[in-house]
Design a protein around this ligand. Structure first.
Ligand SMILES: *Cc1c(COP(=O)(O)O)cnc(C)c1O
Length: 384
């Protein structure tokens, strides 16, 4: 039996980068500007140039990034913020931080992203509860942008603003626009397993709004004003470490070729699995960075499927086994309309396959063969 396959292979990337990252880290160790050192400014300029945003505010992680925007906008107790239920907890967690109410919205089964009809129902739910719906946080799940134009149209009609949670999709594009250049602001995460990751925690906010950017820069350092010892607002300690900035400067240089490599893997998986499984199709006008490559296993025993792949040396993962509105900390919050049937169903159906830029065709073929074998086995058993 051949070696087990890596779900995400950071060692292969490290090998490709050679000594460049190590040298960059060592430069920081030696110059000593560990907090807000020169690399932080350089990285922010590089990220702005990459995605086309006027301002990049780097920060400690993708959760703080979301928090910066809500704090800067003064989101408060009587407000509601609409967000998908089929996402990572951070998206709704930050809403709860501010004392506002997260209202959970359903997603589409084809893109895993916000459903517009459910979003409209969510606005009504908010008003019925006496809350003021101020914002929507669309999530670009698994690296595919949400339908920003359709969401923005609802926002305009209802007087809300859009904060794009691009923790999984930095590097992707929507109708010719890079993620980071749309909505009031966009946030991302540099957690190691994200498409662009550092060697620890990191994140960033992107915006074209000068005033919002200035407020977030202040929030990042305890609400600092122009006089360092006169704090003008309540903020936090949300800075990105200089060492992580140094790592990201080097990783960003190879990121475009990594995005291409990821897309190649996904297209090849799709071509070989489309006939047997429900594969993730990229809508016209979108690109994905494939944070995850996720199949839908309706009618199959997912646990058995995962066990069979594991036996063949192929790791799998389930993102997410429980939608937020069913989780202990969040089940007291309202949901849009009469419920979120798609989120609940997807949680039972989805399974993600190994995805990273360094998957060779030979390894891809092993994954594809294992998926086919496991599915054929279940179909045969069902037919008997
Ligand atoms: C990872 C992630 C976050 C949070 O990022 P951290 O850097 O881990 O704080 C937020 N939203 C989504 C959708 C994520 O996947």
């Amino acid at each position: 039996m051949s070696d087990p396959i890596a779900f995400i292979d950071l060692a292969a990337q490290r090998e490709r980068l050679g000594s460049r990252v190590d040298e960059a880290i060592l430069r920081v160790v030696n110059h000593g500007g560990y907090i807000m050192g020169p690399e932080v400014k350089t990285l922010e300029a590089d990220l702005s140039a990459f995605c086309g945003a006027k301002h990049t505010i780097s920060c400690a992680n993708g959760t703080d990034a979301l928090g910066f925007v809500l704090m800067a906008k003064g989101v408060k107790e009587c407000d509601a913020v609409l967000c998908p239920s089929f996402t990572f907890a951070a998206t709704a967690e930050v809403v709860a931080w501010t004392g506002a109410t997260p209202i959970f919205i359903d997603v589409r089964e084809d893109t895993f992203n916000l459903d517009i009809a459910s979003l409209e129902a969510g606005v009504k739910t908010a008003r019925k509860l006496g809350l003021n719906p101020v914002a929507v946080i669309p999530v670009d799940l698994f690296g595919l942008p949400a339908d920003y134009d359709a969401i923005e149209a609802v926002c305009e009609r209802e007087g809300m603003w859009m904060l794009c949670d691009a923790a999984q999709s930095f590097g992707a594009s929507y109708k010719g626009h890079k993620v980071g250049s749309m909505g009031l602001a966009t946030t991302t995460s540099f957690f190691p397993a994200k498409p662009l990751g550092c060697y620890g925690d990191g994140g960033a906010v992107f915006t074209n709004d000068d005033e919002l950017a200035a407020v977030m820069r202040s929030i990042r350092v305890h609400g600092q004003g122009s006089d360092k010892y006169d704090n003008v607002r309540i903020g936090m300690n949300g800075r990105l470490d200089t060492m992580q900035a140094a790592v990201l400067i080097e990783k960003l240089k190879i990121f475009p070729s990594e995005i291409e490599a990821r897309d190649k893997v996904a297209k090849r998986y799709n071509a070989h699995l489309r006939d047997i499984a429900v594969v993730p199709e990229t809508p016209e006008g979108y690109t994905s960075v494939w944070a995850q490559y996720t199949l839908r296993m309706a009618g199959f025993d997912r646990e058995q499927f995962q066990a069979d792949l594991k036996a063949a040396g192929v790791p799998t993962a389930v993102y997410y086994p429980k939608p937020l509105h069913q989780q202990t900390a969040y089940k007291g919050y309202p949901v849009a309309g009469n419920g979120l049937p798609v989120s609940e169903r997807l949680a039972l159906e989805v399974v993600s396959l190994p995805m990273h830029p360094y998957l060779t065709e030979a390894v891809q073929d092993r994954v594809i063969a294992a998926v086919k074998d496991a599915m054929v086995k279940q179909r045969r058993a069902a037919a008997e």
